[in-house]
Design a protein around this ligand. Structure first.
Ligand code: FMN
Length: 300
């Protein structure tokens, strides 16, 4: 029996390598995001039981439902990795057919698969056969031409038991440049029977602004929600720091926080001074006192 997942609203956190780790996802979830996604995880790393790769699957019940994304190009290895993801407790398995980073393309994975529909079909059928949780894919609109390749892959997905498709409406060769062409999302939706999720060019970024999820839902419900007050921003930064330390240990978390904390103060007075000061933090106490000092200066 296939498992179904019900979402509370329409907002979904896009997978972002190096960013959508467990502490970040917990922030998004508590700000009203209906579905959080992991960073992309290497199917090879999972199949070969790399501890570092498996760490990317760490999760907590508070963030559920979780969509975990894998990338790769070998149907057997992808199926094996999918089974590991399901066993880890993830609620949805997402397959990356959109990454345009050279390192990934070189292995025939990510958006290189937009050019290989037969391979995609093999992967999808092998993975579908192995897991009961919903299977989704994230695609581009094509390799260097928008349209047919995406329509073809979407049709294959629909026929192979895929439960939903996320469309990042840029061609692989565009990387993240130019404008996302949302008309392609509608075109793809018109050709398939399964749900299609739109992605790309959300101009107010979620990085450093987890409130975007409740802001979006307020707008959909006809009200407008203001920006968070200063104190709330700093509470979130403190929570993010503390959860990161719980997940990764003090040393590693502080290294991450040297750049990540800066996201949350964008646009605040003297934020560049704060960003400069956190570049050297080594300990939780150092981070907490810099956060506290900046907060007090702003609230004075
Ligand atoms: C730093 C960074 C990391 C990303 N990592 C992933 C990833 O792991 N998996 C994935 O499917 N897409 C990844 N993406 C693509 C985003 O999920 C999204 O599709 C893309 O940024 C388009 O949205 P935008 O126009 O709002 O930036 C990444 C994008 C960025 C900027």
């Amino acid at each position: 029996m296939r498992v179904q997942v019900q979402l509370d609203n329409f907002t979904i956190l896009a997978p972002l390598a190096g960013i959508t780790n467990l502490p970040f996802r917990l922030l998004a979830k508590s700000a009203g995001c209906a579905l959080v996604c992991s960073e992309m995880v290497s199917s090879n790393g999972l199949a070969y039981r790399s501890v570092k790769t498996e760490e990317l699957l760490q999760s907590r019940s508070e963030e559920k439902p979780l969509s975990a994304q894998i990338f790769g190009s070998d149907p057997i290895i992808m199926a094996e990795a999918a089974a590991i993801v399901e066993a880890s407790g993830a609620d949805i398995l997402d397959i990356n057919l959109g990454c345009s980073v050279k390192k990934v393309l070189k292995t025939g994975s990510g958006s290189a698969l937009m050019k290989a529909p037969r391979k995609v079909e093999k992967i999808l059928l092998a993975v579908r056969d192995k897991i009961k949780i919903p299977l989704t894919i994230k695609i581009r609109t094509g390799w260097e031409k928008s349209g047919d390749q995406a329509f073809n892959i979407a049709a294959i997905a629909d026929a192979s038991g895929v439960d939903a498709i996320t469309v990042h409406p840029r061609m692989a060769t565009q990387g993240f440049g130019d404008k996302a062409d949302w008309s392609l999302i509608a075109e793809i939706k018109n050709k398939v029977s399964i749900p299609v999720i739109g992605n790309g060019d959300i101009v107010t970024p979620a990085i450093g602004n987890p409130w975007i999820f409740s802001q979006v839902m307020s707008l959909i419900n006809g009200t407008e929600m203001g920006a968070p007050v200063v104190a709330e921003r700093f509470d979130v930064m403190t929570k993010y720091l503390k959860t990161s330390i719980e997940c990764f240990g003090e040393k590693r978390a502080c290294r991450m926080m040297r750049s990540h904390l800066g996201w949350f103060v964008k646009g605040l007075p003297h934020s560049s001074r704060f960003r400069e000061s956190i570049k050297r933090i080594e300990t939780e106490n150092e981070a907490l006192s810099l956060i506290g000092e900046y907060k007090e200066a702003l609230l004075d």
